[in-house]
Design a protein around this ligand. Structure first.
Ligand code: BGC
Length: 372
């Protein structure tokens, strides 16, 4: 994983240097910072996940001597469209965009396409549009699988209470996370190890090892956090209020990401009848790494944003040079098969957090207390 990341990042710096040289400069002149004809649009500053991406883009592009414009949509598809239009007006040739909502972004990227811009869907897939050239992503099914494997690995005996939570239904990733998790949890629900406590739709479908999108939608409609910590907290409170003491005790919590994991964990921890909990997450947010060190969150999934950023930059440079970026698979977005390059993810808990998150240079040790 790390040699792979280093080689991808090195390739990006070398390619950027060649680009500068071919534009009449030299690689060393790049350090004076010139403008790359690439615009970046990210969903919101309100979630640490997207601030990670912003910082990693700035690190990578500054190291290569480039200045780039990064705009945030602040949770609004209308603002997102304005952002795209302003980047079109500035003459960008490539758009790297993580949509706030997959389908709502279609109109904006179609406008970019009409202006001759290459569109790279970043982390989240833009759906129901043919104006998507490329998708850089993590293996989202693997994220859900890793979360569920963690829960299953900690559950012994029978009748362990299981509470399910999901991401926003406007985000195709949320379906992949849930699908990956369901495939691992379902056999353990079927054999009685785990018992679903907070979704009648999931209970109705618990005999089924695979679910259609429509079936997942029915379940997710009951357990969605909408990727929002307050929604997650309110839902967890409502779930706890609706069950008896026998449904609590030592509980298993499928939380879709770190922000919602901390909200759900805090809510369960505050319930006197909850004696212990295992809770999942993803994103390796600093606050969740500290929660893991403090024993308040059980695990997270590291999706090394440096890899995603390197892939997005490499793809942008390929387009600027008239080449096609490397493709290892495709994702159907409801209209077309989008060429993609998914990256691997790593399951992290107390036992490997130092090695995977600190020793790898992902976050500095000085940002945490209680490291092993
Ligand atoms: C991303 C996650 C993130 C979530 C909420 C998903 O599309 O893949 O990393 O936690 O959105 O922003």
């Amino acid at each position: 994983m790390y040699p792979n990341l280093i080689s991808r990042m090195t390739a990006v710096v070398v390619i950027l240097a060649i680009l500068v040289a071919s534009c009449g400069g030299t690689a060393t002149q790049a350090t004076t910072s010139s403008k790359l004809a690439v615009g970046i649009v990210l969903p919101t500053k309100e979630e640490a996940r997207w601030l990670q991406d912003e910082a990693r883009f700035r690190d990578a592009l500054t190291a290569a001597g480039y200045d780039v414009e990064i705009l945030f949509s602040q949770g609004s598809s209308a603002k997102e469209k304005e952002n795209v239009e302003s980047l079109i007006a500035k003459g960008n040739k490539v758009l790297i965009i993580c949509p706030q909502e997959g389908t709502a972004a279609a109109a904006a990227v179609e406008e970019a396409r009409r202006a001759g811009i290459k569109v790279i869907s970043y982390d989240r897939l833009i759906t129901n549009s043919d104006a998507v050239d490329y998708y850089v992503t993590f293996d989202s099914l693997a994220v859900g699988k890793a979360q569920a494997q963690y829960l299953v690995g900690k559950a012994s005996g029978t009748a362990n209470p299981l509470y399910l939570y999901a991401g926003a239904t406007s985000d195709s990733n949320a379906f992949l996370y849930f699908e990956g998790a369901w495939g691992v949890l379902q056999p353990k629900i079927a054999d009685g190890t785990l018992v679903i406590k907070n979704s009648s739709e999931a209970v109705a479908l618990q005999g089924r090892s695979t679910l259609s999108r429509e079936e997942m939608s029915r379940i997710m409609g009951q357990i969605t956090t909408n990727w929002d910590v307050n929604t997650a907290k309110t839902l967890a409170q409502a779930n706890l209020a609706a069950v008896s003491a026998a449904d609590k005790g030592n509980v298993f919590l499928l939380a879709p990401n770190d922000g919602t994991a901390r909200a759900i964990a805090d809510t369960f921890a505050a319930d006197q009848q909850v004696t212990a909990y295992v809770v999942t997450g993803q994103d390796a947010e600093k606050a969740s790494i500290q929660y893991i060190l403090d024993g308040k969150q059980s695990m997270t999934v590291l999706k090394d944003v440096r890899t995603l950023v390197a892939d997005a930059i490499e793809a942008s440079v390929a387009y600027l040079e008239g080449r096609t970026p490397p493709q290892t698979s495709t994702y159907h977005n409801g209209k077309i098969e989008v060429p993609a390059r998914p990256s691997a993810v790593i399951s992290v808990d107390r036992t490997n957090v130092k090695q995977v998150v600190i020793d790898s240079g992902y976050w500095p040790a000085s940002d945490f207390t209680g490291l092993p």
